[in-house]
Design a protein around this ligand. Structure first.
Ligand code: GLU
Length: 563
């Protein structure tokens, strides 16, 4: 009996109307957000938008103006600015229509940014933590730079860089983030991912194991199957190098990896340090010994050219990144192999999953087990003092500081990782069912239930937090919502004398100026009770403009809450 296929089914006229409705909903949402953007940055009376305020707001979400996803917006803006004389001060205030035409090509990502839909909604708050942890680790003067080659021994021990890139391309960098350093064994993780892409896990693991070795990273030993233990230690990394594009010439193999790394890092800094390469090659007795030992044990695929493989391995260790470009590479791993900024699918999901798995169990030299226990995140460390840290589906972090501990890991980087997971529930096994914990989850929008939203709205109004109120407005919160006592954000802001918030609520959000709470009090009564006549004047002015009759003040207005 033939099974019923899609073609046998009667036509489904509903489908069109469903998709039509969906499109309509999307369009409605966009219109809503456009209006909100206008409320945030616009002047309703003049029908203009302050573009510099808009750009500042965008930066606060974690997006950079140089972000490739804003290319068209930058070009449109430049064209517009070129047309306007530089001396024209009004050029910053542009008409609503011009504004929309400037941002329209990149509207989707802009909407995402401003509607708190990025993976870290409160990115500023998160960066504040990163800055604090950075400063704490800066005072750590433990450790010594690697000294097996002069180029690494000469590293400045004060260098310390942290760069973060989320899977939504939100970025934050602090410290020496533009100073280049060599990847060293951080390259092992990337090479392994590339080899998986070519040969799949089955093909790669014919030649290399997947067990933590429990031995020193360059120890002369193989596992029970006569394979190097895993791709994250020297023997396994030399093997991985042998597997990468063996049919190409040495030059083309290098080009291939260089181009793949470049894509992982979204075209950002990638260099080659020839002095390090020459030094590595010069001081490589152990790596030569490992390669010969593996050849003796018939570990390599047939036809492997040993010296060319070692050269290739030294070259890959000598590739240079900065913390900035490294963060983007790590973010690509966090994002399932798709570069968050360029959208380039550099690695397959499977390759990324397998790479993260082995980074998790084997990425931190002889400290890997403890690191997995204490930090619980995939990471790969290199002797230059670099650590690529991945918070899967959330962000990539590149840490760099040359002084190393006795395991060969950067002292400051390890401290940073510990601090990070003590504040946020990033450990793989943290908070499995959302039980109460002292750690916070920056991935969760602050307010979720209606009650929480209202609480946060009133709290933000009381605290005078204008940007929080803007976020509320943008994500569609009812700005004139009342609590149990009938108090609104306008009541609270007026009671606290936050004139800017009062103006924002009245003029940008168009809230009703004279709502009554359950005691019949309006914000105007609060203005007089709590001694904020400036707020009272704005409320009166706004009510007059809107033709709203102003009630007589309550007789007890001056004694309200007098205690
Ligand atoms: N180039 C170094 C070596 O082969 C890499 C060491 C490392 O970063 O672990 O020994």
């Amino acid at each position: 009996m033939s099974s019923m296929s899609d073609c046998d089914l009667p036509p489904r006229p509903l489908k069109r109307s469903i998709s039509y409705n969906c499109k309509n909903l999307v369009r409605q949402h966009l219109v809503h957000v456009e209006n909100r953007l206008f409320e945030m940055f616009g002047d309703k009376e003049k029908n203009t938008i302050d573009i510099s305020r808009f750009l500042l707001g965008l930066t606060a979400t974690g997006m950079r103006h140089s972000d490739p996803r804003l290319k068209e917006m930058r070009e449109n803006l430049k064209k517009f600015q070129d047309k306007i004389a530089a001396s024209d001060h009004h050029a910053l205030n542009i008409s609503y229509d011009t504004f929309m035409s400037i941002i329209s090509d990149n509207l989707e990502v802009i909407v995402k940014a401003f509607s708190s839909s990025f993976v870290i909604p409160d990115f500023r708050g998160f960066c504040h933590h990163i800055e604090e942890i950075y400063a704490k680790c800066l005072t750590n003067t433990d450790g010594k730079a690697a000294h097996y080659i002069p180029q690494l021994a000469r590293a400045n021990p004060d260098h310390w860089a942290v760069s973060v890139c989320t899977v939504d391309g939100q970025r934050y960098s602090t410290g020496d983030v533009n100073v280049p350093f060599t990847l060293q064994s951080c390259s092992y993780a990337l090479n392994y991912a590339l080899a998986l892409g070519q040969l799949s896990d089955v093909g790669v693991h014919i030649y290399v194991g997947m067990e933590p070795s429990g031995r020193h990273y360059n120890e002369l030993c193989l596992d029970y199957n006569n394979k190097p233990h895993n791709p994250m230690i020297n023997a396994g990394a030399i093997m991985t190098a042998a597997l990468l594009k063996p049919d190409l010439s040495a030059a083309d193999r290098f080009d291939f990896v260089f181009n793949m790394y470049k894509r992982l890092g979204g075209g950002e800094y990638l260099g080659f340090n020839n002095a390090v390469f020459l030094s590595e090659k010069e001081c490589a007795d152990r790596n030569f010994a490992l390669a010969y030992f593996m050849r003796e044990n018939k570990c390599f695929p047939e036809g492997t050219r040993l010296h060319e493989t070692l050269d290739f391995y030294f070259q890959l260790c000598s590739l240079e990144i900065t913390a900035e470009s490294g963060a983007l590479m790590a973010a690509t791993l966090a994002n399932g192999g798709i570069n968050p900024l360029t959208g380039d699918p550099v690695l397959t999901v499977d390759a990324v999953r397998n790479t993260l798995t082995l980074m998790h169990s084997c990425g931190m030299y002889n400290y890997s087990g403890q690191f997995a226990f204490k930090v619980g995140l995939p990471s790969k460390s290199g002797v230059s003092g670099c650590v690529l840290l991945v918070v899967p589906n959330t962000m990539g972090i590149c840490l760099w500081s040359p002084p190393l501990d006795s395991n060969g890991n950067s002292c400051r980087a390890v401290q940073f990782c510990m601090e990070l997971v003590s504040r946020f529930n990033f450990h793989n096994f943290d908070n499995l069912r959302g039980h109460f914990t002292s750690k916070c989850d920056p991935r969760m929008a602050k307010a979720e239930s209606k009650a929480q939203i209202l609480f946060d709205l009133l709290f933000s109004a009381a605290a005078g937090d204008l940007s929080a109120l803007r976020r509320h407005s943008l994500s569609g919160s009812d700005m004139q919502a009342k609590d149990y006592d009938g108090r609104t954000a306008l009541h609270v802001a007026t009671s606290e004398g936050h004139l800017n918030i009062v103006k924002y609520l009245l003029y940008n959000c168009q809230v009703y100026p004279l709502p009554k709470d359950r005691w019949g009090r309006t914000p105007l009564d609060d203005a007089s009770s709590f001694g904020h006549p400036d707020c009272g004047e704005v409320i009166i002015e706004c009510s007059k403009k809107r033709g709203i009759e102003i009630p007589l003040p309550l007789s007890d207005a001056n004694d309200f809450h007098a205690d």
